[in-house]
Design a protein around this ligand. Structure first.
Ligand SMILES: [Zn+2]
Length: 199
């Protein structure tokens, strides 16, 4: 245990995902030794992200205006929606340059163990988006793990009455993993080889 402010910083850093006690201590002492101007820049970035960034009113992706960059882009195909769990998945798919439609960010996946049900995700918003009949294909790009598969199955059954084409990314993605960890080529191929889901 350190005194006051240093321990305080270590405790706060230790609450971040992936930062264990040792890393928290290392970062704290790095900041302690850093130039004041550098630390102020970091503080500014932290405050700014909370003040400026919000979630897109259409798709739920991170945005700096009421709609995100992708939803505002008139060149994007409005007839195809790709459903993902998190904004980081949007970034991963954008990197492949395979997809020119728009997204829908659920904010997670169905997980009974963690107590996350359909009502905790942006599924109602998705259904509203689909209700105007303009969407021809819904791509389910949830993670290739248990929760992601369960969520894709749930959604496929839910939207079946709407009669649109529902596809799932092709196998070849690392099973049990996160979409964001797949390399661009693998993810791009999975996109190209997506298959229709029938229920
Ligand atoms: Zn958006």
């Amino acid at each position: 245990m350190y005194e006051g402010a240093v321990q305080n910083l270590i405790d706060e850093l230790g609450r971040l995902p992936g930062v264990g006690p040792k890393s928290a201590q290392r970062i704290a002492f790095h900041l302690l030794a850093a130039e004041t101007a550098d630390v102020k820049r970091l503080v500014h970035a932290l405050v700014e992200v909370k003040e400026r960034v919000r979630f897109c009113a259409v798709c739920g992706n991170v945005a700096e205006e009421s709609e995100c960059r992708i939803c505002r882009d008139p060149r994007r195909d409005t007839a195809v929606i790709c459903v993902v769990e998190e904004s980081k998945d949007v970034v991963a798919i954008e990197r492949t340059r395979e997809f020119r439609g728009r997204y829908h960010v659920l904010g997670g996946a169905i997980s009974p163990i963690e107590g996350i049900g359909p009502d905790d995700l942006r599924i109602k918003d998705l259904m509203t988006r689909l209700s105007d009949g303009q969407i021809t294909e819904l791509i389910l790009a949830t993670d290739p793990n248990l929760e992601g598969e369960a969520t894709a199955t749930y959604l496929a059954r839910l939207v079946k009455p709407l009669g649109m084409k529902v596809t799932r990314l092709a196998s070849g993605l690392p099973v049990g993993g996160d979409l964001e960890y797949a390399d661009e080529v693998t993810l791009g191929r999975a996109f190209e080889g997506r298959r229709s889901l029938e229920f």
